[in-house]
Design a protein around this ligand. Structure first.
Ligand code: ARG
Length: 491
C-alpha cells in the first residue's frame, strides 16, 4: 500500500472535516491536486461580491423562515468582520480551501461556530460563483462606462478647440481630401460612443440574479430569488436553473466589448504614432507620456501608444480563450469554467489601464496646426472639387474626372497647384472651366462644400458636437442611476 493511501482526511478542532466536501472521501487530497485545482490565487478578487451575495442569501433564508433570524444576524456580522479582515490584509487565504467561497465559509465557521455551517443551505458554489461573477462584472462595466464617458469629454473638448484646423484626410494612407481636425476627432467619438452603448446593453444582460439555481436543478427549499435580487439591485432573476449555472456568455461578451474598445484605441494609437513621426509631424506628444532610448540620446519614443497597440492583442487572446473554453462543455457546470476568471480579469485590467492612460495622453497632445496646413495645401486635395465644378458646368462625371486628372498631371509636370493655373492654361486644359474656379479650389471652400449631415463643413461638425454633448449628458445620468441601484446592501 502506498503511503499516501493511509492518510486520513484532516479534521477541524470541532471534529468536522477540513474540506467542506470531505465526507465521502477516504483519502486526503494530494498536495499536487490542491495546488492544481485551487483558484484562490486569482478568485480572491471576488471577495466583496462573495460576501455581499452571502449576506443577501442569509437574509433571504431568514425571511423565508429557513433559518432563524438570530442565526442570519450572526452570519452577517461574521461575514462583515471577514470583509474587514480581508480589506486590512489580515486574512490568510489557503489553497487547501480551493476557492474564495470555501475560504470565506471556513473562516466564518471558525469565527462563529456551527451556525456558520448553515449559510450554505439551499446554495451551491455553482450558483454562488455565477452570482459573484455577475456582481463583479456589473460593477466593472459601470467603471468602464465611466472611463469611456471621460474619454468622450476629452475628445469633445479637443474637437471644439480644433474646429478651425484643417488637415489632409487619407485613404490608402495617401492624401485624399481636406477635413477639419475636429471632424477627424469626432470619428473616434462615434466609435467610442458605440462602445459605451455596447457596454450598457451588456449590463442589462449581466443584470440577472442566478441564486436559487443551486448546483443545477433549483432549490428544494422555499427560497425567494427575487428577495435576493432586490437586495443586490438586480432587475430580474434567472428563468432556468441549468442555464443560470452554466452560462458564461456575459463574460465572453465583455471580452468582445473590451476587444473592440481596444481595437479603437489601438487604431488611434497607431495613427498618433505615425502623426508624431518626423515624416508626418502632425502632433507633438507631451514628454511626460513618452520614454527615451537607453542608447540613442536624441530619441523620444511613443511607447505608451505602442504598448496600447501591443496589449490589444492579448485581450483578443482572452476572448479566444473564453470562446474555446466553453465550446465543448455539455450542460451544466464543469470545472473547466473555473478557468474563465483568468482571461476575464486580464481583459478587465488591460482595457481599464489602456483607457485611463490614453485619456490623459490625448489631453496633453499638441496638434501642429501649421504643419497640417502646409500638408493640406499640397497634393491636389481639391481635384475632386475641380471635377465637381465641371459637372456643374454640364459635363458627365466620368469625363470630368478624366479632365481633372489631366489637369493634375499638367500641374505635376509644371510644378504648380490647381488653384494657381491661369485663364489661358484652363482654356487649353478644359475650356468649360468657369471664372469662379479659383475660389472653388480654395481649401477652406473645399471643406465648407461638404455641408451635408455627416460632412466636414463647420456647420455640420458643430451640429455633430452639439448632439454628442447631449448624448454624453444623457449617458452620464443613466450611469449614475445604474450605479445608485445596488446601494441597498453594501459592505
Ligand atoms: N471555484 C469554482 C469556480 O470558479 C467554484 C465552483 C465550484 N463548483 C464545483 N462544483 N466544484 O468555478
Amino acid at each position: 500500500m502506498k503511503k499516501r493511501e493511509k492518510r486520513e482526511p484532516k479534521k477541524n478542532p470541532g471534529g468536522q472535516p477540513k474540506k467542506a466536501w470531505a465526507g465521502r472521501f477516504r483519502q486526503e487530497t494530494a498536495p499536487e491536486v490542491e495546488r492544481f485545482t485551487e483558484s484562490i490565487s486569482f478568485d480572491q478578487r471576488l471577495y466583496r461580491q462573495d460576501i455581499l451575495g452571502s449576506i443577501a442569501h442569509a437574509r433571504m433564508l431568514a425571511h423565508q423562515g429557513i433559518l432563524p433570524a438570530g442565526d442570519a444576524k450572526r452570519i452577517e456580522k461574521g461575514l462583515r468582520e471577514i470583509a474587514g479582515e480581508i480589506q486590512a490584509g489580515r486574512f490568510r487565504f489557503s489553497s487547501q480551501l480551493e476557492d474564495i467561497h470555501m475560504n470565506i465559509e471556513a473562516r466564518l465557521i471558525e469565527k462563529i461556530g456551527d451556525v456558520g455551517g448553515k449559510l450554505h443551505t439551499a446554495r451551491s458554489r455553482n450558483d454562488q460563483v455565477a452570482l459573484d461573477m455577475r456582481l463583479y462584472l456589473r460593477e466593472v462595466i459601470d467603471e468602464i462606462r465611466g472611463q469611456i464617458l471621460r474619454l468622450h469629454e476629452v475628445i469633445l473638448d479637443r474637437a471644439e478647440e480644433t474646429m478651425e484646423v484643417l488637415l489632409p484626410g487619407y485613404t490608402h494612407l495617401q492624401k485624399a481630401q481636406p477635413v477639419r481636425l475636429a471632424h477627424h476627432l469626432m470619428a473616434y467619438y462615434q466609435m467610442f460612443s458605440r462602445d459605451g452603448e455596447r457596454l450598457s446593453q451588456l449590463r442589462d444582460r449581466v443584470d440577472v440574479m442566478p441564486l436559487g439555481a443551486g448546483a443545477i436543478a433549483g432549490s428544494g427549499y422555499p427560497v425567494d430569488p427575487s428577495f435576493v435580487a432586490e437586495l443586490l439591485g438586480f432587475s430580474r432573476t434567472a428563468p432556468n436553473s441549468m442555464d443560470a449555472v452554466s452560462d458564461r456568455d456575459f463574460a465572453i461578451e465583455f471580452c468582445f466589448a473590451a476587444s473592440v474598445i481596444l481595437l479603437h484605441l489601438s487604431r488611434w494609437s497607431e495613427e498618433l504614432i505615425l502623426w508624431s513621426s518626423e515624416a508626418f509631424g502632425f502632433v507633438e506628444l507631451a514628454d511626460a507620456y513618452c520614454t527615451g532610448s537607453s542608447m540613442m540620446p536624441q530619441k523620444k519614443n511613443p511607447d505608451v501608444l505602442e504598448l496600447i497597440r501591443g496589449k490589444t492583442g492579448s485581450v483578443y487572446g482572452d476572448l479566444q480563450a473564453l470562446l474555446v473554453l466553453m465550446k465543448g462543455l455539455p450542460l451544466t457546470y464543469q470545472r473547466d469554467m473555473q478557468e474563465d476568471k483568468v482571461p476575464l480579469f486580464h481583459a478587465v485590467d488591460t482595457v481599464s489601464a489602456c483607457l485611463s492612460v490614453f485619456c490623459v495622453l490625448l489631453e496633453s497632445v499638441h496638434f501642429q496646426a501649421d504643419r497640417m496646413r502646409r500638408e493640406v495645401e499640397q497634393g491636389f486635395l481639391n481635384a475632386t472639387d475641380l471635377a465637381d465644378h465641371l459637372v456643374r458646368q454640364g459635363m458627365p462625371f466620368r469625363k470630368a474626372h478624366a479632365v481633372a486628372g489631366r489637369a493634375v498631371r499638367y500641374c505635376l509636370d509644371q510644378g504648380k497647384k490647381l488653384e494657381d493655373l491661369t485663364r489661358p492654361e484652363w482654356k487649353a486644359l478644359a475650356p468649360e472651366v468657369g471664372p469662379d474656379v479659383k475660389k472653388i479650389l480654395g481649401i477652406e471652400q473645399v471643406v465648407e462644400a461638404r455641408d451635408i449631415p455627416g460632412g466636414t463643413a463647420r456647420r455640420q461638425v458643430r451640429k455633430q458636437l452639439r448632439q454628442a454633448r447631449g448624448e454624453v449628458e444623457k449617458r452620464r445620468s443613466r450611469l449614475v442611476k445604474d450605479q445608485m441601484k445596488p446601494a441597498q446592501l453594501s459592505l
